[in-house]
Design a protein around this ligand. Sequence first.
Ligand code: OGA
Ligand code: MN
Length: 294
Amino acid sequence: MTVATTNVATGDRLRATPTGRALAAEIEQVDLRDVDDARFRDLHAAWLEHLVLLVRGQALSDTDLIAFSRRFGDLDEAPIQESGQRFVDGMPELYIVSNVVENGEPIGSLGNGEAVWHTDMSYVAEPPKASILSALEVPETGGDTSFINMYAVYAALPDPLKQRIAQLRVKHDGTYNSGGFLRQGVRPTDDPRTSPGTLHPLAYTHPETGRIALYLGRRRNAYIDGLPLDESEALLDELWSYVDGDRFGWTHAWRRGDVVLWDNRCTMHRRDAFDPGARRILHRTQIKGESRPA
Ligand code: OGA
Ligand code: MN
Protein backbone atom coordinates (compact mmCIF):
# COMPACT_ATOMS: atom_id res chain seq x y z
CA MET A 1 0.00 0.00 0.00
CA THR A 2 1.29 3.45 -0.84
CA VAL A 3 0.06 6.44 1.08
CA ALA A 4 0.36 9.52 -1.08
CA THR A 5 0.34 12.85 0.66
CA THR A 6 -0.19 15.80 -1.62
CA ASN A 7 2.42 18.48 -1.59
CA VAL A 8 0.15 21.48 -1.88
CA ALA A 9 2.71 24.00 -3.01
CA THR A 10 4.22 22.07 -5.89
CA GLY A 11 1.73 19.34 -6.67
CA ASP A 12 4.48 16.77 -6.04
CA ARG A 13 3.46 13.82 -3.99
CA LEU A 14 5.44 12.44 -1.11
CA ARG A 15 5.56 8.69 -1.46
CA ALA A 16 5.45 6.98 1.94
CA THR A 17 5.36 3.23 1.56
CA PRO A 18 4.45 1.45 4.81
CA THR A 19 6.64 -1.51 5.69
CA GLY A 20 3.56 -3.65 6.27
CA ARG A 21 4.68 -4.13 9.87
CA ALA A 22 3.25 -2.40 12.92
CA LEU A 23 5.17 0.80 12.16
CA ALA A 24 7.55 2.55 9.75
CA ALA A 25 7.38 3.67 6.15
CA GLU A 26 9.95 4.25 3.46
CA ILE A 27 10.10 7.63 1.78
CA GLU A 28 11.36 7.62 -1.78
CA GLN A 29 12.61 10.32 -4.12
CA VAL A 30 13.50 12.83 -1.46
CA ASP A 31 16.83 14.56 -0.99
CA LEU A 32 16.95 15.62 2.65
CA ARG A 33 19.39 18.40 1.76
CA ASP A 34 16.63 20.07 -0.20
CA VAL A 35 13.31 20.06 1.63
CA ASP A 36 10.96 22.98 1.12
CA ASP A 37 8.21 23.90 3.62
CA ALA A 38 5.44 21.99 1.86
CA ARG A 39 7.60 18.89 1.56
CA PHE A 40 8.55 19.22 5.21
CA ARG A 41 4.89 19.37 6.27
CA ASP A 42 4.28 16.11 4.41
CA LEU A 43 7.32 14.47 5.97
CA HIS A 44 6.22 15.61 9.41
CA ALA A 45 2.71 14.23 8.88
CA ALA A 46 4.10 10.92 7.61
CA TRP A 47 6.43 10.71 10.62
CA LEU A 48 3.54 11.19 13.07
CA GLU A 49 1.48 8.60 11.20
CA HIS A 50 4.14 5.91 10.71
CA LEU A 51 6.36 6.68 13.78
CA VAL A 52 9.56 5.79 11.91
CA LEU A 53 10.65 6.95 8.45
CA LEU A 54 13.41 5.40 6.37
CA VAL A 55 14.98 7.47 3.62
CA ARG A 56 17.64 5.65 1.60
CA GLY A 57 20.35 6.90 -0.69
CA GLN A 58 21.18 10.11 1.15
CA ALA A 59 24.56 11.84 1.22
CA LEU A 60 24.32 14.07 4.26
CA SER A 61 27.29 15.87 5.72
CA ASP A 62 27.08 16.56 9.45
CA THR A 63 26.02 20.11 8.63
CA ASP A 64 23.25 18.78 6.36
CA LEU A 65 22.07 16.35 9.03
CA ILE A 66 21.93 19.12 11.62
CA ALA A 67 20.15 21.50 9.21
CA PHE A 68 17.50 18.90 8.32
CA SER A 69 17.06 17.96 11.97
CA ARG A 70 16.47 21.60 12.90
CA ARG A 71 13.37 21.65 10.73
CA PHE A 72 11.71 19.63 13.51
CA GLY A 73 12.74 22.06 16.24
CA ASP A 74 15.67 22.93 18.46
CA LEU A 75 18.20 20.17 19.00
CA ASP A 76 19.34 18.67 22.26
CA GLU A 77 23.00 18.33 22.98
CA ALA A 78 24.17 14.77 22.61
CA PRO A 79 24.73 12.63 25.70
CA ILE A 80 28.32 12.32 26.85
CA GLN A 81 30.11 9.71 24.75
CA GLU A 82 31.46 6.66 26.53
CA SER A 83 34.97 8.02 25.99
CA GLY A 84 34.03 10.91 28.28
CA GLN A 85 34.19 13.23 25.32
CA ARG A 86 31.25 15.54 25.28
CA PHE A 87 31.12 17.11 21.85
CA VAL A 88 32.28 16.28 18.40
CA ASP A 89 34.36 18.88 16.58
CA GLY A 90 32.38 21.84 17.85
CA MET A 91 29.08 20.11 17.07
CA PRO A 92 27.44 19.51 20.47
CA GLU A 93 24.28 18.20 18.76
CA LEU A 94 26.07 15.24 17.23
CA TYR A 95 26.14 11.81 18.84
CA ILE A 96 28.32 9.17 17.24
CA VAL A 97 27.29 5.54 17.36
CA SER A 98 30.31 3.46 16.47
CA ASN A 99 32.58 0.59 17.41
CA VAL A 100 35.56 2.11 15.57
CA VAL A 101 38.67 2.72 17.68
CA GLU A 102 41.18 5.35 16.57
CA ASN A 103 44.46 5.94 18.44
CA GLY A 104 43.20 3.69 21.21
CA GLU A 105 40.02 5.76 21.72
CA PRO A 106 36.55 4.74 20.57
CA ILE A 107 35.23 7.43 18.22
CA GLY A 108 31.66 6.85 19.39
CA SER A 109 29.38 4.92 21.73
CA LEU A 110 27.57 1.58 22.04
CA GLY A 111 30.43 -0.67 20.88
CA ASN A 112 29.54 -3.72 18.80
CA GLY A 113 27.34 -5.62 21.24
CA GLU A 114 23.59 -5.76 21.48
CA ALA A 115 21.87 -2.53 22.49
CA VAL A 116 18.76 -3.46 24.45
CA TRP A 117 15.28 -1.98 23.93
CA HIS A 118 15.20 1.65 24.96
CA THR A 119 13.94 5.15 24.31
CA ASP A 120 16.65 7.77 23.84
CA MET A 121 17.52 9.91 26.87
CA SER A 122 14.32 9.14 28.75
CA TYR A 123 16.27 9.56 32.01
CA VAL A 124 16.03 13.35 31.57
CA ALA A 125 12.98 15.47 32.43
CA GLU A 126 12.27 16.48 28.84
CA PRO A 127 13.45 13.66 26.59
CA PRO A 128 13.95 14.35 22.88
CA LYS A 129 10.83 13.98 20.75
CA ALA A 130 12.78 12.53 17.86
CA SER A 131 16.13 11.07 16.94
CA ILE A 132 17.63 10.93 13.47
CA LEU A 133 20.36 8.44 12.52
CA SER A 134 22.44 8.74 9.39
CA ALA A 135 24.50 5.72 8.29
CA LEU A 136 28.03 6.50 7.16
CA GLU A 137 29.57 3.02 7.32
CA VAL A 138 27.81 -0.25 8.05
CA PRO A 139 28.83 -3.91 8.10
CA GLU A 140 27.65 -6.35 5.43
CA THR A 141 25.60 -8.17 8.01
CA GLY A 142 24.62 -7.69 11.64
CA GLY A 143 23.90 -4.51 13.55
CA ASP A 144 20.27 -4.39 12.42
CA THR A 145 18.11 -1.94 14.36
CA SER A 146 14.56 -2.81 15.39
CA PHE A 147 11.80 -0.40 16.34
CA ILE A 148 8.60 -1.09 18.24
CA ASN A 149 5.27 0.73 18.24
CA MET A 150 4.47 1.60 21.85
CA TYR A 151 0.92 2.76 21.00
CA ALA A 152 0.32 -0.80 19.84
CA VAL A 153 1.95 -2.25 22.95
CA TYR A 154 -0.27 -0.07 25.15
CA ALA A 155 -3.36 -1.06 23.16
CA ALA A 156 -2.52 -4.75 23.70
CA LEU A 157 -2.61 -4.45 27.50
CA PRO A 158 -5.70 -5.92 29.13
CA ASP A 159 -8.04 -3.28 30.54
CA PRO A 160 -7.31 -4.04 34.22
CA LEU A 161 -3.61 -3.56 33.55
CA LYS A 162 -4.28 -0.26 31.77
CA GLN A 163 -6.30 0.85 34.78
CA ARG A 164 -3.60 -0.27 37.18
CA ILE A 165 -0.91 1.83 35.50
CA ALA A 166 -3.08 4.86 34.74
CA GLN A 167 -1.70 6.91 37.64
CA LEU A 168 1.69 5.25 38.03
CA ARG A 169 5.08 6.67 37.20
CA VAL A 170 8.24 4.80 36.37
CA LYS A 171 11.80 5.89 37.06
CA HIS A 172 13.94 5.95 33.93
CA ASP A 173 17.44 5.02 34.97
CA GLY A 174 20.37 7.26 34.17
CA THR A 175 23.10 4.85 35.25
CA TYR A 176 23.68 2.73 32.15
CA ASN A 177 23.22 3.31 28.45
CA SER A 178 21.54 0.79 26.16
CA GLY A 179 24.86 -0.88 25.40
CA GLY A 180 25.25 -1.60 29.12
CA PHE A 181 28.01 0.99 29.54
CA LEU A 182 28.12 3.14 32.66
CA ARG A 183 27.35 6.77 31.92
CA GLN A 184 30.16 9.23 32.60
CA GLY A 185 30.26 10.69 36.09
CA VAL A 186 27.67 8.25 37.48
CA ARG A 187 28.33 5.85 40.33
CA PRO A 188 27.51 2.26 39.37
CA THR A 189 24.45 1.01 41.17
CA ASP A 190 21.93 -1.73 40.59
CA ASP A 191 19.39 -0.72 43.19
CA PRO A 192 16.46 0.62 41.16
CA ARG A 193 15.12 2.51 44.18
CA THR A 194 18.22 4.66 44.61
CA SER A 195 19.73 4.84 41.14
CA PRO A 196 19.65 8.29 39.50
CA GLY A 197 16.88 8.88 37.00
CA THR A 198 13.64 10.66 36.23
CA LEU A 199 10.02 9.73 36.84
CA HIS A 200 7.63 9.71 33.89
CA PRO A 201 4.01 8.52 33.62
CA LEU A 202 3.77 4.92 32.35
CA ALA A 203 0.80 5.80 30.18
CA TYR A 204 1.92 8.74 28.11
CA THR A 205 -0.46 10.85 26.04
CA HIS A 206 1.35 11.96 22.93
CA PRO A 207 1.07 15.74 22.71
CA GLU A 208 0.69 15.84 18.91
CA THR A 209 -1.47 12.78 18.17
CA GLY A 210 -3.38 12.50 21.46
CA ARG A 211 -2.80 8.74 21.36
CA ILE A 212 -1.60 6.84 24.45
CA ALA A 213 1.73 5.03 24.40
CA LEU A 214 3.29 2.79 27.04
CA TYR A 215 6.40 4.66 28.14
CA LEU A 216 9.00 2.24 29.50
CA GLY A 217 12.41 3.64 28.56
CA ARG A 218 14.72 0.84 29.69
CA ARG A 219 14.26 -2.25 31.81
CA ARG A 220 17.49 -2.07 33.80
CA ASN A 221 17.12 -0.23 37.11
CA ALA A 222 13.57 0.81 36.23
CA TYR A 223 11.40 1.35 39.30
CA ILE A 224 7.72 2.10 39.71
CA ASP A 225 7.40 4.99 42.10
CA GLY A 226 5.81 4.18 45.44
CA LEU A 227 5.73 0.38 45.12
CA PRO A 228 7.73 -2.13 47.16
CA LEU A 229 10.63 -3.30 45.01
CA ASP A 230 9.24 -6.81 44.44
CA GLU A 231 5.88 -5.44 43.28
CA SER A 232 7.60 -2.94 41.03
CA GLU A 233 9.72 -5.71 39.51
CA ALA A 234 6.70 -7.96 38.96
CA LEU A 235 4.63 -5.21 37.35
CA LEU A 236 7.52 -4.15 35.13
CA ASP A 237 8.11 -7.75 34.04
CA GLU A 238 4.43 -8.04 33.20
CA LEU A 239 4.46 -4.82 31.16
CA TRP A 240 7.69 -5.77 29.39
CA SER A 241 6.19 -9.12 28.40
CA TYR A 242 4.08 -7.15 25.89
CA VAL A 243 7.21 -5.67 24.29
CA ASP A 244 7.12 -8.17 21.43
CA GLY A 245 9.14 -7.12 18.41
CA ASP A 246 7.67 -9.89 16.26
CA ARG A 247 4.17 -8.56 16.77
CA PHE A 248 4.67 -4.84 17.13
CA GLY A 249 8.05 -4.17 15.58
CA TRP A 250 10.01 -3.64 12.39
CA THR A 251 13.68 -4.41 11.81
CA HIS A 252 15.95 -2.37 9.60
CA ALA A 253 19.04 -3.76 7.87
CA TRP A 254 21.23 -0.74 7.23
CA ARG A 255 22.87 0.41 4.04
CA ARG A 256 25.29 3.28 3.79
CA GLY A 257 23.34 6.48 3.06
CA ASP A 258 20.26 5.41 5.01
CA VAL A 259 18.62 8.00 7.22
CA VAL A 260 16.11 6.81 9.81
CA LEU A 261 14.09 9.17 11.95
CA TRP A 262 11.80 8.07 14.71
CA ASP A 263 9.27 9.48 17.10
CA ASN A 264 11.03 8.91 20.40
CA ARG A 265 7.81 9.41 22.41
CA CYS A 266 5.92 6.39 21.11
CA THR A 267 8.62 3.94 20.02
CA MET A 268 11.53 2.04 21.49
CA HIS A 269 14.46 0.60 19.56
CA ARG A 270 17.20 -1.98 19.97
CA ARG A 271 20.24 -3.07 17.97
CA ASP A 272 21.69 -6.49 17.20
CA ALA A 273 25.33 -7.21 17.89
CA PHE A 274 27.75 -7.35 14.96
CA ASP A 275 31.25 -8.56 14.11
CA PRO A 276 33.75 -6.60 16.23
CA GLY A 277 36.14 -6.60 13.26
CA ALA A 278 33.64 -4.73 11.09
CA ARG A 279 33.31 -0.95 11.00
CA ARG A 280 29.99 0.69 11.77
CA ILE A 281 29.56 4.47 12.02
CA LEU A 282 26.26 6.32 12.37
CA HIS A 283 25.76 9.96 13.28
CA ARG A 284 22.73 10.97 15.30
CA THR A 285 20.88 14.12 16.24
CA GLN A 286 18.13 14.40 18.83
CA ILE A 287 15.33 16.95 18.71
CA LYS A 288 14.18 18.65 21.90
CA GLY A 289 10.94 17.42 23.36
CA GLU A 290 8.26 19.33 25.17
CA SER A 291 7.86 19.53 28.93
CA ARG A 292 5.96 16.59 30.37
CA PRO A 293 3.20 16.37 32.95
CA ALA A 294 4.73 15.95 36.41
C1 OGA B 1 20.78 5.32 18.87
C2 OGA B 1 20.79 3.85 18.92
C3 OGA B 1 21.21 1.91 17.61
C4 OGA B 1 22.08 1.49 16.49
O1 OGA B 1 21.51 5.89 18.07
O2 OGA B 1 20.00 5.94 19.61
O3 OGA B 1 20.21 3.28 19.80
O4 OGA B 1 21.55 1.05 15.49
N1 OGA B 1 21.43 3.25 17.93
O5 OGA B 1 23.28 1.55 16.62
MN1 MN C 1 19.07 4.78 20.99
